[in-house]
Design a protein around this ligand. Structure first.
Ligand code: FES
Length: 171
């Protein structure tokens, strides 16, 4: 035999009971929304605020670089987002300055981050976006860039040239 409630008997709920049920419903809806929203927000925001420690990454054997030449070397972004895909592949400009000395410049212009190009004939780095120009040592030669090109620390380790990658300060 089913239990009869005030509602099933057609009786109206008292105002206090109605207010109580409304408050409980709202609290449960709020809790459910929180349970759904927190993981989603964490998934989106987490990678943007996470700190990635710098890492040494090999970019080629010492013998593969000629003294005085500036070449593009590829490596993986030190702080790739989970959904970055191929955009996590990045690069730097590497110059061998002597038998055991190298210098590495970030690809990104310090104005708005466009990739700069090394022009061997002009002996300059050029940014195609707004005409930023840099001297071979990374100093600003002209245009809107506010700072010299970012430099990566470089070392030779077990016959390999390694770049210490880290998040690049832009802008
Ligand atoms: S992004 Fe390079 S000059 Fe503006």
């Amino acid at each position: 035999m089913a239990t009869e409630t005030a509602q099933s008997r057609g009786e109206a709920l008292s105002p206090e009971r109605r207010v109580f049920i409304t408050k409980v419903s709202l609290a449960l809806m709020g809790l459910a929304s929180l349970l759904v929203a927190v993981p989603i927000i964490g998934f989106i925001i987490g990678p943007l605020v996470r700190r990635f420690p710098p890492r040494w990454r090999p970019v080629g054997s010492v013998d593969s670089f000629k003294i005085g030449e500036t070449v593009k070397v590829d490596f993986r972004d030190p702080s790739p987002l989970a959904w970055a895909g191929v955009t996590a592949e990045t690069a730097a400009w590497l110059r061998r300055t002597s038998e055991d000395k190298f210098v590495a410049f970030a690809m990104n212009c310090t104005h708005l981050g466009c990739p700069v190009r090394w022009l061997q004939e002009a002996d300059l780095f050029m940014c195609p976006c707004h005409g930023g120009v840099y001297y071979p040592d990374g100093r600003v030669a002209g245009g809107p860039p506010p700072r010299p090109l970012f430099r990566y620390p470089v070392r030779v380790h077990n016959g390999q040239v390694e770049i210490r990658t880290s998040a690049i300060p832009i802008g």
